[in-house]
Design a binder for this molecule. Sequence first.
Ligand SMILES: [Fe+2]
Ligand SMILES: [Fe+2]
Ligand SMILES: [Zn+2]
Length: 491
Amino acid sequence: MKREDWSEFARKLDWELSYVSEKDAFPEVQSGRPWLPGTAWTNWDEPFRTNYGEYVAQQHAKEASVEAVRAAVGRLEAYQRLPTSWLDGLKLHAAMLPLAEFAAVVGNLRAARFGRDSAWRSTAVFAALDEMRHTQIPLLLMHELVRWDPQFDWTHKLFHTNNWVAIAARHLCDELLLASDAIEFAIATNFVFETGFTNVQFVGLSSLAHDVGDQMFEKMVNSIQSDEARHSQMGAPVLAKIVEHDRRYAQYLLDKWFWRSWLLFAVVTGFSMDYLTPLEHRTSSFKEFMQEWVIDQYLRTLSDFGLERPWYWETFLEGLDHYHHMVYASAYSYRASVWFNFVVPGPEDRAWLREKYPSSWGKFDPVWERITRRWQASDPGNDFAVHGTAIVSFCDLCQLVLSNGTPDWNSANVLDRQGRRYIFCSRPCRWIFEQEPERYAAHKNVVNRVLTGEAPANLVALVQRYFGLEYETWGKDAFAGDYPWMERTRR
Ligand SMILES: [Fe+2]
Ligand SMILES: [Fe+2]
Ligand SMILES: [Zn+2]
């Protein structure tokens, strides 16, 4: 038979239940709400159609082409030629990726069982297989580098630790990928995260990788993105159905997940694009990439669905000029608490940042001026002379440092609930918490864990005994504070 003679029939192959009810087979807790009868879902449609035979052939070709690039440029020597700070961005990216992708296998398998239409379920099976591949590729590629630099071991280790970044990443990934029902998963992961955001990380960052000469990274993310582009399309048809039956809930899920995704990408992608990619290889700023790859497209889709932009849109736009700069300066000051190294932006970087962020950079420049002066007065390599000592505070929703707002406006705010005081980095984080407090209230941030005695209060003890780091792996200044442009005062 020709493909067109059987494929429509195969993708919509389904049956009517005879001895269990639809509600028992597809309970709301797993399938999601609003719960609609199966007949309401029969026109579910995915624009890009595939079947198992085609899928296997395509994926095999992709694997072969990743393998060919790996054979050519995947050896240690090829990485050793790359700029130091780029490799630090790679350590950050590589550690955030594979185990989150593995959690996405679970989310997709839930949709493969509890999605309400047969074509949706089949597409989700392919997506689960995709995510397995996205777990394996970075683990395989980075493994080569562990013998050279033990920080690369965090590619696999991060999510198994209580490092503060891991706590924040798990708080997001566990909810997004493991705990979501099939409908929330489709809207949050397939629509907001994969359609909305992965482009900036995968397409934007891969163009920088091309410029830097990291062909292996470029190949890896392009190969992964080609899968994301296919399975992300499960989001729109689910969203359309929810908009039709419960517009408010659809709007809520979008607003919640856009904010949560934004904070994560601001850290992971923002650091790489505006600080860790060497200046001569930067093509656009993180903000410009966001405008091109996320904002324009997201707003267009919202209006296609007749939905509103999130209520916090102005806050978000202000954050584009501030948030990742705030977190980077904060993380630089606490670099021993993470598994990759940082750079101080030099005079040329700062001039570039001022040009790209004219409304905000004037507030950040003095921070780097001060850090520079501290280094000038310290010996190279004496990282703790230019480092914070007290433990910083974290948001009770996103679990990231309280670094929203701007250098002259602290956006942290508190909420008292059932005898406990919660603190949030921003109003949107607090708003998300207030929509589903029973979902979030029991979680302890790092400071709570210190106060209850689960984690040590001394910063170095916290880093070593709770965050899983040791001298060899904790973050340092990538140049030991010894930059060609940084003149040292003779002491
Ligand atoms: Fe993926
Ligand atoms: Fe995905
Ligand atoms: Zn927050």
